[in-house]
Design a protein around this ligand. Structure first.
Ligand SMILES: C[S@@+](CC[C@H](N)C(=O)[O-])C[C@H]1O[C@@H](n2cnc3c(N)ncnc32)[C@H](O)[C@@H]1O
Length: 268
């Protein structure tokens, strides 16, 4: 009998064509596809699953039921695709399932996916790392949800860096979010991209100032499935990466002498 396998597949932010080729292949190969209908678009599963595959909506069952399913996969040599929204490495409750599947003797793998923060940046047409403005991205969430936060992980502490932040799972408490960001030093006019259900048919996004976030989210009744991108990079323009500057050289390209002199002079 072939060994059973569980593939934790990142489905991407929603749209069926934003899954990776490998992820789609794993769904197509699966005897059982487990997915949360509230977080992953139905088409993402039905477009890729083979006819006759068993489809299980994980939002209707408990963790123990999923474990029972993995135990069956181990007994019967089934291939399971466990589909998670975005990328499985972020807020997917994947680790406990991965460890349990491994303990059952199943072959286990993770197939990465497009996370909501990259999808939101793409929708807004923004790069999150702009030279001389922001070279780091903090992925975080507000405390106060169902999951306890480790000490030292308050939004205000991360905000002190003043770089780009991508804030998940926080739309239900936007006033608190704005207060935390202000306490960390972001000025009221900091540009923010608010992105709701990116790549779903009812996607909605807008750009506003930090001091407008709470009112605008209330106006649009956004309290879930929303991501916040915060920081000067969201509004920056006119900066230029030196990587493609004609005066910059690297292993695969020689510099133009004149451009190199100009680049050196600009750096002082
Ligand atoms: C449980 S987390 C899962 C994150 C996911 N693993 C990822 O990499 O994007 C759910 C949160 O991700 C964000 N999110 C996921 N998909 C989204 C989408 N399509 N549009 C906007 N935000 C999304 C929201 O902040 C939502 O509350």
């Amino acid at each position: 009998m072939v060994a059973g396998r569980v593939s934790f597949v990142g489905a991407g932010p929603g749209a069926a064509d934003l899954i990776t080729l490998r992820g789609a292949r794993r769904i197509a190969e699966a005897d059982v596809v487990v997915w949360a209908a509230s977080l992953v678009m139905q088409e993402c599963v039905t477009e890729h699953a083979r006819p006759g595959a068993e489809l299980v909506d994980s939002s209707k069952i408990a963790h123990e039921d999923v474990l029972a399913l993995y135990a069956r996969a181990a007994r019967e040599g089934l291939r399971v695709a466990r589909v998670h929204s975005g990328d499985p490495s972020l807020w997917g409750a994947v680790q406990e399932q991965y460890d349990a599947a491994e303990a059952l003797g199943l072959e286990v793998e993770i197939v990465p996916g497009v996370s909501a923060f990259g999808a939101a940046a793409a929708t807004a047409g923004r790069e999150l790392t702009i030279p001389e403005v922001a070279q780091s991205v903090v992925l975080c969430r507000l405390e106060g949800g169902k999951t306890p936060m480790p000490e030292r992980e308050k939004v205000r502490e991360f905000a002190r860096h003043g770089t780009t932040m991508a804030i998940f799972l926080s739309a239900a408490r936007t006033s608190q979010l704005v207060e935390e960001l202000r306490a960390g030093g972001y000025p009221d006019d900091t540009p923010v991209v608010v992105a709701y259900r990116v790549s779903w048919p009812d996607e909605m996004w807008f750009r506003c100032r930090l001091d407008e976030v709470a009112a605008r989210c209330k106006e649009h009744k956004l309290w879930r499935h929303t991501l916040f991108l915060v920081g000067a990079a969201l509004g920056a323009s006119g900066t230029r990466s030196h990587l493609y500057h004609a005066g910059h050289f690297h292993t695969f390209r020689k510099p133009d002498r004149e451009a190199r002199r100009a680049l050196r002079a600009s750096r002082g």
